[in-house]
Every structure is written in structure tokens, then in C-alpha cells.
Design a protein around this ligand. Structure first.
Ligand code: WTA
Length: 670
């Protein structure tokens, strides 16, 4: 394996930046070390102690048990709870009743650059709206515990209200990213067997309107389980409505009293809260199941240790609810802790590059959960946009989604955090449910290193191992594994919705004889025990932090009339971290041309998602394959990066690589 680096920057293993003295340390480093030792000696007891801080209707009988399949665990079996009770009712019935839960800002601005729409919901308001929404789901649509529904919505308060209302009734839901096409929507909705689809007429994005209802109508042709749709009037545009199937939320709400109450359905800890479809190495996206109890405990622990959230904070994570970050750290985590959070509909650099900084200043954001891509995009605009704003409210910056290169880290630390704020990079994935490896400002302030993920959380055993599953030496690249079960891991009944075998194969078969969870990432552990995740080791792409599978983009390409085969690989990109490029074999009767290249790219935008558009398309006569017919994407990556090809013993036809090289060199990258 080659030496690890992030976007061409070498990793500063030895650099140590002591955290600023002003930051409150909840406990001393020595207590932290003791906590860590104890948590590793008895992880179950450690998690159970955190679980006891939540409000259960009934305590569990066992902390950890198995659920029929070798690696599907049941956390807190016998425990009864409800997430909407934890995130809403608890606070609405406490001193937090009139505290702001959500500050929402819409994208459109007036001529002075001020937001045209801001909505603020206290915990009392949130309680009322969640109850009213739950009433509609229950009484109008007849949904109950065990039913399934889907959500295809922009980032508006109704989206969070919908998720909490579903959780209140024990309805298992899936959220589909509003930037995905009709095909992506229908395949997920159909796989889950959702009865109801909650959506909106559209939303604002970069000054334009994105219409959703037509996409929904198209998707529903392929999703027979859906009986009804519920639409939020976000734009107020006219939509084609099917009688008896489509309903506007405001019409239904107008008949629901403000004071209506719907008791939270008391569910078992292992009850599936949601299924989130995420991209894997091969095949279709897989539906990861998250339970209720274990997941809530992990969110509670990480909101405390990783974000150090306190009552006086204003927290902001700009992630969309279509991705796991928008679930764990927008829709539930901050609310579980009774925090005040900002949510924003639009693009961080619209209408001007400093929209991001203006929002922090406007609401006094103190905890910011950002991404490397957003940071690098801002770096390009220059420092003045940041300096124009008073960012003195910030006290902590965390990052997520992809590795952060050291220069982006320094930019956040020096400029945005003004050398006052700890800056970290939290490692986790859809499957883990919440943060696993991170600096822990809420627990102790250990020295920072620019770009590192830090140490595994207390209770989490993680390591970097070689092909055989043995620890690699410090500073050497290997595979990241998690060695023990954790609350928030894919839950009962099957880990992966409808496919326990794939779950087992994907995550637990890589290192036979162990119970290691294979994350699919390359990483390095330095001699101080800090972990540095350096990118994916499989066919998963992280484009601007968004997780996409090569297979999904390839399927979108070959659905074009001209394409017979396609291979997609990622190449490094200075802002987005990496971007896809595609090698495409045309069907007989189609000739390569620039027009066709553009058409194929647009096809992927429209047919899958704008975020998946290949930045370049190379037409070739054949793809490099093994003798058994598997595409060797590794060789295409080597071609694109100008690296040696490595082992080509299984390559069937060497001229395929020569051809790819020629096509790549002639055209270059966009
Ligand atoms: C990557 C996103 C380096 C990693 C929460 C992982 C990271 C994948 C980091 C999961 C980080 C996430 N440093 N890499 N701080 N955070 N990743 O499921 O490759 O969308 O496997 O979850 O993102 O992506 P997912």
C-alpha cells in the first residue's frame, strides 16, 4: 500500500497543537484516560451508564444480546422508549419549553441580502407540531407501529416534524435525498414497501426552484406500495394532484386543533426507527436499519463528548436529512439534548459567498459541524468574506464526511476559529449511526493534529489492520476495523433491510475468525494512537462528502441509448475531494462525439443525481477486465492518476489499458 496522504498533502503525524486554555474541560485528561480504560474493560456497562441518562418507560433486561443472525445485535433488549418523547416531550415539559429548538432560514434573500423567511420553533411549538402531524399520520392515513413510510423533502421544519411524528407512532421510515431522481426514489420506496410518501411541491436552490411533485409522480409509477402522498406547500406552485391519493399538508392541518395530543407509541429498544439506503461496493444501495434504543444512546453520548453541547449553545450542522449526518446530527441528536439548532434550506455560498458566515453571525452559532468540501470551496473565495463577519460566538468546529486535508484544517483553525476553537474531524459512516472516532472536547482536551480523526470514542475498539487482520505498525496504511459491537450499529431484525446475508458478507466476512466490522476505509494509526482515515478502499466514492457507488453511476450511464458498458472511477479533486470520471463503450451504430459526451453527463444528472455527474466521459472500445469478466477499475484509477499499474496478471487484454490511457491523455480532465 502506498504512503498515506490527503489530497496530495502528507499527514503531520508529529504535529501537536495544544488546545486553547479557555475551553472548558469537563474532566481532566487523567479522568478521561480512566474513563477510557474502564470503558474498554467493560464496554457494556459503560454504554448502559449512558443509557441510564435517557428517559426509558421501562429499563432493559439485557444490555447486549444477539438477534438470530451472527452479527445483528440487540442493544438494551426489554427496554421501552420513544425517540420523539426523548427529543420533544421531555423538553416541552421542562424548563426548556420556551427555549428555541429550531431556527430555520429559507434560501431567498431581499435586496439587502437579508433572509426573506426565518421561522423559529420553541420546544413547545415543536411538541405541538409533532403531535398534530402524528395525528394526521395516524387518523388520516391510518398508519401505525410497524408500518413504513418514505420522506422526500427539502430542509424545512416540516421535514423534521415529519420524522419525529413518524418516530412517535413507531412508523419505520426512510428519507430519500431530495437531489435524487425518480428512479432512485422509486427503487428505495418500493424496496421498503412504504405506504405513504411525504414530500413538498419543491424548494429553493441557488436562486432557482426545484420542483419535486413531477418527480414524485414519475416515481410512484414504479412504487406500487404507496397509497398516498402528503405534500408541503413550500413554493406554492400548482401541482398535478391525483384525487384520493395526494393531499396538501396545510389543508389537513387546518382541521387539526392546536391542542391535539397523540401519545407516543412505546416501542422496544430494538424497534427499527428508520432505514437509510446507502451505496456499497456492488449492486443496489442497501437499506441500513437503525434501531431506537442503541441509536439514541449513541447520539446522546456523542452529542455530549464530541460536540460538548450545552444549554447556552447554538448548534449548526448544514447537512441535508437525505444523508445520515442530517439524521443523526440534525433531526435527532441536537434535539435529544434539548439544544437550539439552526437549519438552512439553501446553498452556503448563495446569493453571496459569505452566506455561511452571515448565518453564524446572525444567530450566534457556537458549535459548527461542517465539511472539508464546504471549507475548501470557501478557501477559494478568500479570507475577506470570513473577516467581514463577527464569528466570535464560535467555540468548537467539527468536520465530517471525508478526510480533511491539513491546509483546510489550518484555515478553519486560524481564520474561522480565530485560534480559539478546537477543530476536529469526526469519523463515522451510515452504518455506525453516529461518531466513532473523534477528538472529544466534551470529555477532555487532548492535543490536536491537523487532519487527524483522533481516538476511538470510549467504549469503541477500533484498529488499523493488514489483509490478514493483524494490527499494522504505527504510520503504516491498513484497513480500519471496529472490533466490538456498539450501540447505534445496524439493528434488528436483519441489519440490512431484507438482506441479512448481504449484511454479514459485506461487513463481517473480510477477516475470517474475527468479529471485526470492516468499514471499507484505509487508515493509519500513529504512534500516539491517533487514527487518520485516508479514504475508501473499495468502489465507494465520496464526492463532496456525498456517498455514491460506482455501480449506481454506471447503471445510470448504461441506461442511455448509446452506452453498452461503463466503468466509473474517482479521481482527486481540489475542492470536492474526489469526482467521478467514466469510461464508456458505445453500442454499435453510435460514434464518439463531444455532443454525446455532454449528453451522457446530462443523462446521469437527470437520471440519477446532479451530484453524480461524471466530470469527464472517455469513449473506449473495451474496458480492462479480468479473465472472468470483472471490470478492473483499479487499473483505470492508476491510468487517471498516472501511477504504475501494479499487478496485471489477471488482466485479459492489455490493449484495453493502453486505449484507456490514450483516451484519458487526449482529453484530460475537465
Ligand atoms: C468517509 C458519513 C475521513 C469515510 C458520516 C466513511 C470520513 C464514509 C470522515 C461514510 C472523516 C466520513 N474523515 N473520512 N471525518 N467521515 N468519512 O456513510 O470514507 O455517507 O467510510 O457517512 O465517509 O460515508 P457516509
Amino acid at each position: 500500500m502506498s504512503e498515506p496522504e490527503i489530497l496530495g498533502e502528507s499527514l503531520p503525524f508529529e504535529e501537536r497543537i495544544e488546545l486553547p486554555g479557555w475551553a472548558r474541560v469537563n474532566v481532566s485528561v487523567s479522568t478521561y484516560e480512566a474513563t477510557l480504560r474502564k470503558s474498554l474493560a467493560d464496554p457494556q456497562e459503560y454504554w448502559a451508564n449512558l443509557a441510564r441518562e435517557l428517559d426509558w418507560f421501562q429499563e432493559w433486561e439485557t444490555i447486549l444480546s444477539k438477534e438470530g443472525y451472527p452479527h445483528v445485535y440487540h442493544w438494551f433488549n426489554g427496554g421501552l422508549l420513544n425517540l420523539s418523547h426523548l427529543a420533544v416531550d421531555r423538553h416541552a415539559h421542562s424548563h426548556r419549553r420556551n427555549k428555541l429548538a429550531i431556527i430555520w432560514e429559507g434560501e431567498p434573500t431581499d435586496e439587502k441580502g437579508q433572509p426573506k423567511e426565518v421561522r423559529k420553533l420553541t420546544y413547545g411549538d415543536l411538541y405541538r407540531e409533532v403531535n398534530r402531524m402524528a395525528f394526521i399520520l395516524k387518523e388520516k392515513f391510518g398508519l401505525k407501529k410497524g408500518d413504513r413510510m418514505a420522506v422526500y423533502m427539502p430542509l424545512i421544519p416540516e421535514a423534521i416534524v415529519t420524522l419525529l411524528a413518524a418516530a412517535r407512532l413507531g412508523i419505520t421510515f426512510t428519507v430519500v435525498f431530495s437531489g435524487f431522481s425518480a428512479e432512485s426514489l422509486s427503487s428505495r420506496v418500493a424496496d421498503l414497501g412504504a405506504k405513504l410518501l411525504v414530500t413538498a411541491d419543491g424548494f429553493y436552490r441557488r436562486g432557482k426552484t426545484v420542483l419535486l411533485k413531477e418527480i414524485v409522480d414519475k416515481a410512484l409509477e414504479q412504487a406500487p406500495s404507496v397509497e398516498s402522498t402528503l405534500l408541503v406547500r413550500r413554493l406554492g406552485v400548482a401541482c398535478p394532484m391525483t384525487d384520493g391519493r395526494d393531499y396538501y399538508l396545510d389543508d389537513l392541518l387546518s382541521e387539526v386543533p392546536q391542542s391535539i395530543k397523540v401519545d407516543p407509541e412505546i416501542v422496544e429498544s430494538g424497534h427499527p426507527l428508520y432505514v437509510l439506503y446507502t451505496s456499497g461496493t456492488t449492486g443496489k444501495p442497501k437499506g441500513i436499519i437503525h434501531d431506537t434504543g442503541g441509536y439514541s444512546v449513541l447520539l446522546h453520548a456523542t452529542m455530549r463528548w464530541v460536540f460538548d453541547v450545552r444549554d447556552e449553545d447554538v448548534y449548526w450542522c448544514p447537512a441535508d436529512i437525505g444523508w445520515v449526518t442530517g439524521h443523526s446530527y440534525v433531526a435527532y441528536g441536537p434535539l435529544l439534548e434539548g439544544a437550539t439548532e439552526v437549519i438552512f434550506e439553501g446553498a452556503l455560498d448563495f446569493p453571496a459567498p459569505d452566506r455561511w458566515w452571515a448565518i453564524i453571525e446572525r444567530y450566534g452559532v457556537s458549535l459548527l459541524y461542517t465539511t472539508p468540501t464546504a471549507t475548501r470551496a470557501q478557501m477559494k473565495f478568500g479570507e475577506d468574506y470570513v473577516k467581514k463577519h463577527d464569528l466570535s460566538s464560535l467555540r468548537l468546529l467539527q468536520s465530517v464526511g471525508e478526510p480533511i486535508n491539513p491546509s483546510a484544517w489550518w484555515w478553519l483553525f486560524n481564520l474561522v476559529g480565530d485560534k480559539r476553537c478546537p477543530v476536529g474531524s469526526t469519523w463515522w459512516m451510515t452504518e455506525t449511526g453516529g461518531v466513532m472516532i473523534s477528538s472529544l472536547p466534551g470529555l477532555a482536551l487532548i492535543p490536536m493534529k491537523p487532519g487527524t480523526n483522533g481516538m476511538p470514542l470510549p467504549g469503541v475498539k477500533a484498529d488499523v489492520v493488514d489483509e490478514a487482520g493483524a494490527s499494522v505498525a504505527p504510520g503504516k496504511k491498513g484497513f480500519l476495523v471496529i472490533q466490538n459491537p456498539w450501540p447505534g450499529m445496524p439493528g434488528p431484525p436483519t441489519g440490512m433491510f431484507g438482506d441479512p446475508d448481504r449484511f454479514e458478507k459485506q461487513y463481517f466476512s473480510r477477516f475470517p475468525g474475527t468479529d471485526y466490522f470492516f468499514c471499507g476505509d484505509y487508515a493509519v494509526k500513529d504512534k500516539d494512537g491517533y487514527i487518520w482515515v485516508a479514504g475508501r478502499a473499495d468502489e465507494v466514492l465520496k464526492v463532496a462528502g456525498h456517498r455514491l457507488g460506482t455501480y449506481e453511476i454506471e447503471s445510470a450511464i448504461v441506461s442511455h441509448r448509446s452506452a453498452s458498458e461503463a466503468a466509473v472511477v474517482a479521481i482527486p479533486d481540489a475542492i470536492k475531494g474526489e469526482v467521478p470520471i467514466a469510461f464508456v463503450v458505445l453500442k454499435q451504430g453510435h460514434e464518439p462525439s463531444d455532443a454525446l459526451r455532454i449528453e451522457v453527463r446530462k443523462w446521469v444528472r437527470d437520471g440519477f443525481s446532479p451530484i453524480a455527474e461524471p466530470s469527464q466521459v472517455y469513449f473506449v472500445n473495451k474496458l480492462p477486465k479480468t479473465r472472468s469478466g470483472k471490470i478492473m477499475r483499479r487499473l483505470l484509477r492508476a491510468v487517471a492518476e498516472g501511477r504504475p499499474l501494479g499487478d496485471v496478471a489477471t488482466l485479459e487484454d492489455e490493449t484495453s489499458v493502453e486505449e484507456a490511457k490514450k483516451a484519458y491523455e487526449e482529453l484530460g480532465v475537465r
